[in-house]
Design a protein around this ligand. Structure first.
Ligand SMILES: CC(O)(O)NCCCCNCCCN
Ligand SMILES: [Zn+2]
Length: 650
């Protein structure tokens, strides 16, 4: 798996600027680029990235998408005087030429293609290109909306041609509809284009009928164009997350792209004069984190819009920090999407029902009360498992636990400088330890016995498990003390370890502990006080237990398609978990036959966006010898992106 994050920036792209007064275009200023780059430097993010130089896109590359006429017009502007520039600019909706525009636009194309090459060649895992002029409004034969050449569209065509790709996902989180990109790919099933955009029932620019949710693509491209119109301003973090959970992500996982390209406009962020939305910069860390779970992490983020310099800079930094693998900061505020957002989400799901398996039989009724936060936290007497008859494939890749752990290392590890691995006695595990992981010394027996007899005697019946509890206590302690972000322990009985871990965490001061238990949980702790929320993914109905608050059981039948898992995790577990805003997540995996390793690995990766990535995983080791070794993931770099952890913010 490649590692490292590319950053592409060339200050020559700041020379393109408006020479006359034009209240529509005057927000697209050179400082958008320079101040974003300065912000990255101030957070010491530039030095952590791999510097990849920009280059000029060639005429041939531009002609992958644009007409020769369009290229010639653009080229001819280099030698024009101001009056001529103004006249040519008036041929387009919201575009301005400067003598250096053509040069800058070619650099924007070239920078984008350099990023695609760096990612596709494995030189880096992912990266960001800070470019202007932007691209997603420009069309085959026209400039539009500050865009001259469609950087992202050219990148997709280039990647198909040079790397033979057959499935490319373009995510356009700019607050304007990238109609240019839509027109270019609307008949092309190899490019899935997703865009959300301020629409206000066609009132908002570019005010096109084809920006609405029923524009699903044409001919062979039907189903591969997804428009999510926002019909009100003020959309916030919960609306954006709901759009990802209930529209984009299940589709993206079913599409299974080989490369993900983001038309990364930040005018959808709070403070932007164009968007008038309320989503905070942290949300871009979560959106980026989710997209990193696709295409083996091959993610190219290309700047589009963003006109509030401070908001733009913060959001760019959140994006790059996440690309680098840093823990994802907590998102703030109300976690229930507003009614208008739910309506748009429901409309686009209904429009795409004929084209996507995950939507084929999903009942959209549960979306009805999506907008009431209580939906997820009300007493589960409505037995959500009936609403979510989600099943999981009988994944025959349930390989041994050690393989499981190895996969987890990849998902959970932060790219901290590799530290030598200290190995002690856990036989059968040495082969999956990667250089990042260090085994830690277990708690000594007497200390464990004292702890257990003091607080957990009712749970722990025999001494067999005592030692495994010791390693668990050590890890939880280090997570609480913020010495590590997360950890993994193996245990002879996951159910017991989970029960003790939950009680121990609450006793140590975690106010809201989310527990996702995969398998038959046996003993279910009392969750009445709200300090724990339990989601039990199990194979059979938990008798009688579904009546208590903050407990959900999700049963999985063996016989379904793999992608039910995604829509259940994305459509249920994540929204519930995000609504709960835990400060610790405990993932416990009991003996279970049918939830595949890759499924759990994805669950762990996706859930990392919570609790500032504080995860404690306990795995019932059925194959590893029963020596108990706790694998501690040392994350030496600044693990907590933002504030001190204040437990008492209930
Ligand atoms: C890259 C981008 O998507 O941010 N470009 C936004 C262009 C906005 C044009 N507004 C015209 C308003 C006319 N009344
Ligand atoms: Zn925009």
């Amino acid at each position: 798996m490649a590692s490292g994050t590319a950053l592409i920036y060339d200050e020559e792209m700041t020379t393109h600027k408006l020479l006359w007064s034009d209240p529509i275009c005057d927000i697209e200023v050179p400082e958008r680029l320079s101040s974003s780059y300065e912000q990255l430097r101030s957070y010491h993010l530039v030095e952590r990235c791999v510097h990849v130089p920009a280059r000029e896109g060639s005429e041939e590359e531009i002609l992958l998408v644009h007409s020769l006429e369009h290229l010639e017009v653009a080229k001819s502007t280099q030698t024009m005087n101001e009056e001529e520039l103004k006249r040519v600019s008036e041929n387009y909706d919201a575009f301005f030429f400067h003598p250096s525009t053509y040069r800058c636009a070619r650099l924007a194309v070239g920078a984008t293609l350099q990023l695609v090459d760096a990612v596709m060649s494995g030189k880096v895992r992912n990266g960001m290109a800070l470019v202007r002029p932007p691209g997603h409004h420009s069309q085959r034969n026209a400039a539009n909306g500050f865009c001259l050449f469609n950087n992202v569209a050219i990148a997709a065509e280039y990647a198909k041609l040079k790397y033979g790709l057959q499935r490319i996902l373009i995510v356009d989180w700019d607050v304007h509809h990238g109609q240019g990109t839509q027109y270019i790919f609307e008949e092309d099933p190899s490019v899935l284009y997703f865009s959300w955009h301020r629409y206000e029932h066609q009132e908002f620019w570019p005010s096109l009928k084809e920006s609405d949710y029923d524009a699903v693509g044409l001919g062979k491209g039907k189903g591969f164009n997804i428009n999510l119109p926002w019909n009100k301003v003020g959309m916030g973090n919960s609306d954006y997350l709901a759009a990802f959970f209930h529209v984009l992500l299940p589709t993206a996982f079913e599409f299974d792209p080989e490369l993900v390209i983001v038309s990364s406009g930040y005018d959808s962020g709070i403070g932007d004069p164009e968007g008038q939305m309320n989503a905070t910069p942290e949300v871009f860390a979560h959106l980026t984190h989710f997209l990193m779970q696709l295409a083996n992490g091959k993610l190219c983020v290309i700047l589009e819009g963003g006109y509030h310099l401070k908001s733009l800079g913060e959001s760019v930094c959140m994006t790059v920090k996440t690309l680098l693998g840093d823990p994802v900061p907590q998102v703030s505020g109300e976690m229930a999407p507003c009614l208008s957002a739910v309506e748009s989400i429901q409309n686009v799901r209904a429009a795409h029902k004929p084209y996507w398996k995950w939507l084929a039989y999903e009942d959209t009724s549960f979306l009805q009360n999506l907008s009431t936060k209580s939906h997820f936290l009300k007493t589960a007497n409505s037995n959500p498992s009936t609403e979510h008859e989600s099943k999981i494939t009988n994944n025959n890749d349930t390989v041994k636990v050690d393989r499981f752990l190895e996969l987890h290392m990849k998902n959970i590890l932060f790219p901290v400088p590799p530290i030598k691995t200290a190995t002690t006695g856990c036989e059968g595990s040495e082969h999956f330890l990667s250089e990042h992981v260090q085994l830690v010394k277990e708690m000594d027996k007497t200390e464990v016995e004292a702890l257990v007899s003091g607080f957990y005697a009712d749970l722990v019946k025999d001494n067999k498990t005592l030692l495994s509890l010791g390693s668990m206590f050590v890890i939880l302690d280090k997570i609480l003390k913020k010495e590590v972000c997360n950890g993994i322990a193996t245990s002879p009985t996951a159910a017991l370890s989970a029960a003790v871990a939950l009680r121990h965490s609450v006793r140590l001061g975690f106010q809201r502990v989310l527990c996702v238990f995969v398998g038959d949980m046996q003993m279910i702790p009392n969750t009445e006080d709200g300090k724990m929320l339990i989601i039990n993914i199990c194979e059979k109905e938990q008798s009688g237990k579904t009546s208590c608050k903050h407990y959900f059981s999700l049963n999985w039948k063996e016989d379904a398609e793999g992608n039910d898992f995604f829509s259940a995790v994305l459509g249920f577990i994540l929204p519930v978990a995000y609504s709960y805003q835990p400060n610790l997540t405990v993932i416990a995996v009991g003996p279970n036959r049918n939830l595949g390793i890759s499924g759990i690995s994805l669950l762990v990766a996706l859930i990392q966006g919570l609790a500032e990535s504080r995860i404690f995983a306990v795995i019932e080791c059925c194959t590893l010898s029963h020596t108990t070794s706790s694998l501690q993931i040392i994350n030496q770099k600044g693990t907590y992106p933002s504030s001190e952890l204040d437990w008492d913010n209930t």
